[in-house]
Design a protein around this ligand. Sequence first.
Ligand code: TYD
Length: 208
Amino acid sequence: MTGRFIVFEGGEGVGKSTQSRLLAEALRGRGLEVVTTREPGGTPGAEAIRALLLGNEGPGWGARAEALLFAAARADHVEALIRPALARGAWVVCDRYLDSSRAYQGGGSGLEDADILTLHRIGSAGLLPDCTVLLTLDPAEAADRVRKRDAGAHDRIGGRAAEYHARVAAAFKRYAEAEPERFAVIAAQGAAEAVHARVLAAVDHLCA
Ligand code: TYD
């Protein structure tokens, strides 16, 4: 039996990594093998590309080069880690994936959604998650969480203007509305344990 592939998506500071960890623990408690991973990154090659993308040194990347680098990192991640894990029956819980490229490089930076999907087809044979959990949070609360977490430091993309991040959030919402069977939209306000309970309820059908 192949495993299941669950992705957490959303803007900065909505609690994706905490919720990934809590979900992985809960699934392990049910006796499943669970691989937790993140994007960009998850394999040595993809982590090297992550450093190129998010480091603050140098002039940075144009939107097209950035989209290609994210797709290249994802191709390595899918081939070397995600597909083998699913093939042996493990569950994969990933912090960000394709819909981040659509929302940031598409919604935020203005590239065509169809082009980003084409890069994904070329790089990763179009592999999609079984469920994409979109965590949503009021932007002011998310910004507050990021301030507390990062103490004013941010990476090259997280540091972009509030309007950029508003376009990203709007894009995520559009994708979730367009594909309700693939997305679970979960309100991320409140205590982590309360959000976790909502997430578990949303992915429960995959355990059947
Ligand atoms: P990360 O530190 O993982 O951010 P966060 O804690 O907010 O999840 O950094 C990932 C950054 O890369 C984040 O700003 C979103 C951005 N990103 C893209 O722009 N496109 C993508 O395809 C992915 C996976 C991430």
